[in-house]
Design a protein around this ligand. Structure first.
Ligand SMILES: [Zn+2]
Length: 268
C-alpha cells in the first residue's frame, strides 16, 4: 500500500511502497522494545484482531511497523513474507542456525515452503519432513537436499543423529521424541507451529546430547527488515494465489478446505 505520513515520521517517504505484518504497534519503552524484540512487548497490537487488518481499504498505523518493501520483491510475495516469512526466519536467528549446519523443516505448507528456501539460501543442507510423499519434488525444487516421509519409520530411523536444527511448522500432533533423536548433539528443535497437546520427551535425551527445545512467534522489527532484504537478495518467493478482494469469501473457503497453495493474497 502507499503512504500518507504524519509530521513526526522520518523513516518513511511519500511514494514508498510499504507493508505491515501481523503486528502494528507496541509500547516502544519496555526492555523488549528497546532490544528490537517488539514482538515480545506486553502491549503488542495485532494488525488484524478486532480490526479489518488486511481486509481494509486503508489503514492508520504506527509508522515503525510499516516496512519499506525492497524493489525486487513483488507485493504479492512481500505480504506472506511479513507473517510466514518472519515466523520462520526469526527462529533461525534466535537458535543460531549457521551455514554449515544441517537443518530440518517439518511440514511443507505456508510456513515450511519458506523455511526450506531461507535455510537453503543460508547455505545449510536441508531435509524436508512431510507426511505426503508426493511433495518430494516440490520440496527439492524449493531447495531441500533430502526428503523424508515422516510416517515411514525406517526413513526416520535412518536420520537419527543427523541434524543440527529442526524447525516444526505443523499444527498437528507429532512424535517429538523421534525428532529429538534425529538431532545431533547440541541440536535445537524450534517450534513455530501450534501443535496440540504437550511435549512428551524423555529428559535424559536432552541432558546427554545437550539438546534444546524452544519456540517463537513472528519476530522483531530489525529482524523483519533483515528478512525482507535477505529474501529480496536470494530470490525467496512465497507461492501465492492472487484473487480480487471481492472474491474474499472464495479465497477463505480455499483456506478452510486446505486447498490454498500456499498463501491466498487479496488484491484491492
Ligand atoms: Zn514494549
Amino acid at each position: 500500500m502507499f503512504l500518507i505520513i504524519g509530521n513526526d515520521v522520518n523513516r518513511l517517504k511519500i511514494g514508498n511502497r510499504v507493508g505491515i505484518g501481523w503486528q502494528s504497534g507496541s509500547c516502544h519503552e519496555c526492555e523488549w522494545c528497546d532490544k528490537g524484540e517488539e514482538n515480545m512487548c506486553d502491549k503488542s497490537e495485532p494488525t488484524c484482531v478486532g480490526r479489518y487488518g488486511g481486509f481494509a481499504d486503508s489503514i492508520i498505523t504506527d509508522s515503525r511497523f510499516a516496512f519499506v518493501i525492497p524493489d525486487k520483491l513483488e507485493s504479492e510475495n512481500a505480504a506472506p513474507l511479513l507473517c510466514a516469512g518472519i515466523t520462520v526466519y526469526s527462529p533461525m536467528k534466535i537458535y543460531g542456525l549457521k551455514p554449515h549446519h544441517k537443518a530440518g523443516v517439518i511440514g511443507i505448507g505456508g510456513l515450511g515452503h519458506l523455511a526450506i528456501q531461507f535455510s537453503a539460501s543460508m547455505g545449510c543442507e536441508v531435509t524436508a519432513f512431510s507426511t505426503s510423499p508426493e511433495k518430494e519434488n516440490e520440496a527439492k525444487e524449493l531447495g531441500a537436499h533430502n526428503f523424508i516421509v515422516s510416517t515411514d519409520n525406517s526413513q526416520m530411523e535412518n536420520a537419527v543423529n543427523s541434524l543440527d536444527f529442526i524447525l516444526s511448522t505443523v499444527t498437528v500432533k507429532i512424535n517429538w521424541t523421534q525428532y529429538i533423536n534425529i538431532l545431533r548433539k547440541n541440536g535445537k528443535l524450534a517450534i513455530v507451529g501450534a501443535s496440540p497437546g504437550n511435549l512428551d520427551v524423555p529428559t535424559l535425551m536432552l541432558l546427554f546430547g545437550q539438546k534444546s527445545i524452544g519456540g517463537s512467534g513472528i519476530g522483531g522489527n530489525p529482524a523483519i527488515r533483515e528478512m525482507l532484504e535477505f529474501a529480496a537478495r536470494n530470490n525467496i518467493k512465497a507461492k501465492t494465489e492472487v484473487m480480487p478482494m471481492d472474491k474474499v469469501n472464495d479465497a477463505l473457503q480455499k483456506v478452510r478446505e486446505y486447498k490454498a497453495r500456499y498463501r491466498m493474497v487479496l488484491e484491492n
